[in-house]
Structures are given as structure tokens and as C-alpha cells.
Design a protein around this ligand. Structure first.
Ligand code: IFM
Length: 454
């Protein structure tokens, strides 16, 4: 591997987390409850009844966790703000200790030369706003714009990379269509409205940022390339539906000013006609796009699958993670190239990528996790391949810095580069984390298959 094939000196090497998944202490120091606090405390909603009450106790250990990032050699860290820590009722009164926590975190990062990438919304809507209809209330875009301005004013002097929303697709698919994530609604008619208001909220935040902020703002979406299972016309049409629903539903309005036509087919009578002025508004120019990539879907037409009629076909002899997600590194190169071709050469970041595997018992400090190490190596090589094909890729954030609360799956799936012993809160960097540190130190040279040790 020659030096010109490696990553540039200003490439961001990061890890990502989100507030509810790691912080714990969700009601500490005057914070208000979020929909995730209420959902996790509702019997039957999460595996084993797990909640984010303690999580990784990051709220009390954030300095230790920043030291861990420094030990890994990260030069960037992506985290999210808990809206209801800052505004306990979602609107109105600011809670100074909540805001202060994030100011201290940002200062600690900067002291270590770690660039913060701050996500304003990673799924934990204030419960008080959900009682007003949450993302189904058209006022939600204004609530969000008011909230984010508090953060812009407090932190834009220190934060240069801002993200409006994390994965609006998951917010709506899990929270409003299938009911498996907070706030737990299952309503075909609600889902398109929740999506639309999230997009309006995103645009309102970008517009507010242009008035206040001096740095960069973007959106983070989870993308998954779709490949037809056979050459049949039915499978091909199902693949287009799956692609429209998952990959184009948010990006087409944001970059092209229109929803993909397949959505009307998928939602039928539940698909509304949205005002043209909203679509103009949603198309605010962005400074970058963040792509979260985990897997792909091989698609077959399936009338039983609701509402897409597009089933996921299991691939024999392929590796699957403990969440049953197929490991497919080539899909990362493919999806990055697709984004660049369809939406133009804007700067891209891989804002999440990682895998839950059953880690061997932590009998010693080695924390060996060969499958995750291989996943990381293969996906970093796929990211490099995308750069070599001309994709304007500026950084990579592993999911996740720490094992953490994996939403409705609770604490069983472990995604961390660092093992967390939840009984003692002891952190141990896994072999994958040590490998990542080596890749970072060598600016990618350690990705050579011979050296990767995976
Ligand atoms: O844990 C989540 C994260 O909150 C959002 N993206 C996917 C991760 C793994 O499921």
C-alpha cells in the first residue's frame, strides 16, 4: 500500500455515542424525562426491562471517558445532547446544570485536541413535548429551532461540526410506524407526518444556524444499499421501494426538494400532499452529510411484508452480527459512491459504523474481539476504497466508543471499542480499540491485510 493511498492528515478519526445510551442519571440536576426514559420504564418495552438510568454513568465519568478517547488517539468525538437536560420541559426554562455538563464535556475534549461533533437530536425527545403530540405536532419544528439556538449561542465558539438529527428514518420507522422504539406508536397515517415535521425541524435548525453559527452544520442519515435478490421485475420494483423508503425518503427532499414517488405507492391512502413551500424550505444547503452504515439488504418482493412488501433475504455462509445484521463491507463503498453521484460532491463523514458481537468473557485485560476487529478493518478498507474512487470522505466515527444501552435490545448487544463492566463501570479497551488506535497512529497504514491481525 503506497502512501498516496492512505488517509489525509486532516482526516477525522472518531468514535460516536449518544446521550441516553451512555450518560445515565437522566433526571439528575433538574433534567426532565425524555420519551426514552418513559418508554424504557414501561414494562415489556425493552429486553430484560433494561433502562438508561445508569448506562455507562458517563454523566459522572465524562473526564475519564475523554481520557480514554485520548488513549485511543481519537482526534474527533461525536456525541449528542439530551434536549430535556437542557430544557426540562422541552421549551421555555433552561436548566443551567444540564447545559453546564455539555460545556464541561466540550472543554475537556478541546483540552485533549479532540474535535467535538455535536448531534442536537438523537431520539430522546422531552416527554413534555410528546404529551403535545411530539413529532406529529406541526409546532415541533419551532420547538426544535428554539432549543438548538440555545446550544448554538452557548457552544458555537467551541464546536465546529453540528448535526441536526440522527437517523430520522429510525425515529419514524421504529417510533411511529412499527412501535418498537419510543414513543411506541404503530400508525401508517402518522409516520409520513412525523417524517415531514422532522425534516422541517432539520431545516429550521439549519436556518437558525446560518443566523447565529460560524462553522458547519449537516444531517446524519442511516443508509443501507439495496440489491435485488433476482433479476425478476417484481424483485426489482421491491428494491426500488425499499431504496426509496430507507435511503431517499429524507435525502431527496433535503437535496432535491421532492419526495421519491415510490412513497405514495408504499403508504397508499396514508400518503399526504405536502405543501410545496415546505419542500422549498426543507432544501436548505448543508455543509456536510453524515452517513451511518451497518449493513445491506438483498430484497425480494413479499406481499406479507408490511407496508413495503419487500423482504430481507438471508445470505447463506455470510457473517451476521448478534443483532442478525449481515456483514457486508462492500456496501459501504457502494453507498458512499451512490450518495456522491446522486447528491453531489459535498463533504461526507461516516458518522457511525460498527458491530455487535458476543464478546468472549472478560477473564483478563485482553478483551479479545476478533470479529469486531475484522469488521473494523474491512469497513475502513471499504472507506478508503470510496476515497480512491473520488468520494469526498472527510472522517470516520466508529460506533461506539463504549458498550452501551442498545435501545429496545437493552445492554446485551455490545458495540463498543471499549468493554464496559456494568457492575463496576470499569472500562477496558478491546483488541478492536487497540487496532483502531494503531490505524489512527499509522494514518491507515495498519490496514494492510498482513498487519491487521484479524
Ligand atoms: O445504537 C444505535 C445508534 O443509536 C444509532 N445508530 C445505530 C446504532 C446501532 O444500532
Amino acid at each position: 500500500m503506497s502512501t498516496e493511498l492512505l488517509f489525509p492528515a486532516d482526516f477525522l478519526w472518531g468514535a460516536a455515542t449518544s446521550a441516553y445510551q451512555i450518560e445515565g442519571a437522566p433526571l439528575a440536576d433538574g433534567a426532565g424525562p425524555s420519551i426514552w426514559h418513559e418508554f424504557a420504564h414501561t414494562p415489556g418495552r425493552t429486553r430484560n426491562g433494561d433502562t438508561g438510568d445508569i448506562a455507562c454513568d458517563h454523566y459522572h465519568r465524562c473526564r475519564e471517558d475523554v481520557a480514554l478517547m485520548a488513549e485511543l488517539g481519537l482526534n474527533a468525538y461525536r456525541f449528542s445532547i439530551s434536549w430535556s437536560r437542557v430544557l426540562p420541559e422541552g421549551r421555555g426554562r433552561v436548566n443551567p446544570p444540564g447545559l453546564g455538563f455539555y460545556e464541561r464535556l466540550v472543554d475537556a475534549l478541546l483540552e485533549q485536541g479532540i474535535q467535538p461533533m455535536l448531534t442536537l437530536y438523537h431520539w430522546d425527545l422531552p416527554a413534555a413535548l410528546d404529551r403535545l403530540g411530539g413529532w406529529l405536532n406541526p409546532d415541533s419544528a419551532d420547538w426544535f429551532a428554539d432549543y438548538v439556538q440555545i446550544l448554538f449561542r452557548a457552544l458555537d465558539d467551541r464546536v465546529q461540526l453540528w448535526v441536526t438529527l440522527n437517523e430520522p428514518w429510525v425515529v419514524v420507522d421504529g417510533g411511529y410506524l412499527h412501535g418498537v422504539l419510543a414513543p411506541g406508536q404503530r400508525n401508517l397515517f402518522a409516520a409520513p407526518h412525523a417524517s415531514h415535521h422532522l425534516l422541517r425541524a432539520h431545516a429550521a435548525a439549519v436556518q437558525a444556524y446560518r443566523a447565529i453559527g460560524r462553522h458547519q452544520i449537516g444531517l446524519v442519515v442511516n443508509l443501507e444499499p439495496k440489491y435485488p435478490a433476482t433479476a425478476s421485475a417484481e424483485d426489482f420494483a421491491a428494491t426500488l421501494r425499499a431504496d426509496a423508503y430507507w435511503n431517499r425518503q429524507y435525502l431527496d427532499p433535503v437535496f432535491l426538494g421532492a419526495y421519491p414517488p415510490e412513497l405514495a405507492e408504499i403508504f397508499g391512502a396514508a400518503w399526504p400532499t405536502f405543501p410545496a413551500a415546505d419542500l422549498d424550505f426543507i432544501r436548505q444547503p448543508l455543509d456536510f452529510l453524515g452517513v451511518n452504515y451497518y449493513s445491506r439488504q438483498v430484497v425480494r418482493h413479499d406481499p406479507q411484508d408490511w407496508p413495503l412488501q419487500a423482504a430481507r433475504i438471508r445470505q447463506p455462509r455470510h457473517t451476521y452480527t448478534s443483532l442478525d445484521w449481515e456483514v457486508y463491507p462492500q456496501g459501504l463503498t457502494d453507498i458512499l459512491e451512490w450518495v456522491a453521484q446522486r447528491y453531489g460532491p459535498l463533504p461526507l463523514y461516516i458518522t457511525e459504523n460498527g458491530a455487535a458481537f458476543y464478546d468472549p468473557p472478560q477473564a483478563d485485560d485482553l478483551a479479545d474481539d476478533p470479529l469486531r476487529q475484522r469488521y473494523l478493518r474491512d469497513h475502513l478498507q471499504a472507506a478508503l476504497a470510496a476515497r480512491q474512487k473520488g468520494v469526498n470522505l472527510r472522517g470516520y466515527f466508529a460506533w461506539s466508543l463504549l458498550d452501551n444501552f442498545e435501545w429496545a435490545h437493552g445492554y446485551a448487544p455490545r458495540f463498543g471499542l471499549t468493554h464496559v463492566d456494568y457492575a463496576t463501570q470499569r472500562r477496558t479497551i478491546k483488541a478492536s480499540g487497540r487496532f483502531y488506535a494503531k490505524v489512527i497512529r499509522s494514518q491507515g497504514a495498519a490496514l494492510r491485510v498482513d498487519d491487521a491481525g484479524a
